[in-house]
Design a protein around this ligand. Structure first.
Ligand SMILES: NC(=O)C1=CN([C@@H]2O[C@H](COP(=O)(O)OP(=O)(O)OC[C@H]3O[C@@H](n4cnc5c(N)ncnc54)[C@H](O)[C@@H]3O)[C@@H](O)[C@H]2O)[C@@H](O)CC1
Ligand SMILES: [K+]
Length: 246
């Protein structure tokens, strides 16, 4: 069945596969820009802004826990954590593997540490009192059922009362088909990046938002998304709902 999303201004978006999303990212990173540093910064900045929007007036008294993997998804989560820590919000973070961070993700970690982010172990009782958990463990590069530390962090998050905001896709959910081969984060919100993917189903994403990564319109067309026009208008974050199935 043809699934479509619609913005609050009535703009309809047909979701794309991970392969098309990867090609959009590749063309941007390798040819037109934004490069990976810039895209990850845009992703994380959007995630920080959505977090502040969700917390609204309580943000100065809120505590944040960032769960980050070693890839691009992790980098976006660590970036969001830094923007929140910059505002004096206590931010703790837990990594799946501190020794395997990709270069850009390691750079975002350096920034979070410079802004006062505190590393915690999985299950840390203080960190468990967070008001918001940023789920940046796994994005669209999920390979099979989450295992090891990633699985541990997903299960820890699900056992905590904090509201969960997943970056791009709830960790453990397949961004193509929406399936979950194993553990996955029970997201209250999902901020998906650039364009919605076919694996985003409302029952797993919670409230769905779309964040702008600053990718030039021509890139979408070259990757196979015909007739692209920006859905963002004057904003960088827009809410998406699924159109009722006709
Ligand atoms: N690559 C790019 O050009 C961009 C990537 N972005 C973000 O990065 C994500 C894609 O980044 P990557 O391709 O680096 O990969 P991801 O960050 O999606 O996932 C890689 C991480 O997940 C872990 N992982 C995957 N399957 C696992 C399993 N079954 N059990 C345990 N761990 C598992 C890997 O060990 C690694 O830590 C996107 O979803 C998006 O959030 C965006 O910032 C835009 C730009
Ligand atoms: K995620």
């Amino acid at each position: 069945m043809l699934r479509r999303f619609i913005t609050d201004t009535g703009y309809e978006l047909e979701p794309i596969s991970v392969a098309v999303m990867r090609e959009i990212d590749r063309l941007a990173v390798e040819e037109t820009g934004p490069n990976l540093f810039q895209m990850m910064e845009n992703a994380g900045r959007n995630l920080a802004e959505l977090t502040l929007k969700i917390l609204s007036g309580e943000w100065p008294q809120s505590r944040i826990l960032v769960l980050a993997g070693t890839g691009g998804n992790g980098g976006g989560g660590l970036c969001a954590g830094r923007h929140l820590a910059n505002r004096g919000i206590p931010v703790s973070y837990c990594l799946t593997d501190a020794h395997a961070l990709s270069g850009v993700t390691a750079w975002q970690l350096k920034l979070l540490v410079a802004a006062g982010g505190q590393e915690v172990a999985p299950g840390d009782p203080e960190a468990g009192k967070a008001d918001i958990i940023l789920d940046a463990v796994i994005g669209y590069s999920l390979k099979g059922a989450p295992s090891g530390r990633a699985k541990e962090l997903i299960e820890w998050a699900n056992a905590l009362p904090a509201r969960k905001i997943s970056l791009d896709i709830p960790s453990g959910v397949d961004a193509d088909n929406g399936g979950s081969p194993g553990a996955y984060v029970r997201a209250d919100y999902t901020l998906t990046l650039a364009w919605p993917k076919t694996g985003l189903t409302p029952e797993k994403t919670g409230n769905l938002w779309l964040g702008d990564l600053g990718i030039p319109p021509s890139v979408y067309g070259r990757a196979g998304l015909a007739n692209y026009t920006s859905p963002f208008n004057h904003r960088y974050l827009i809410p998406l709902t699924e159109t009722p199935q006709v």
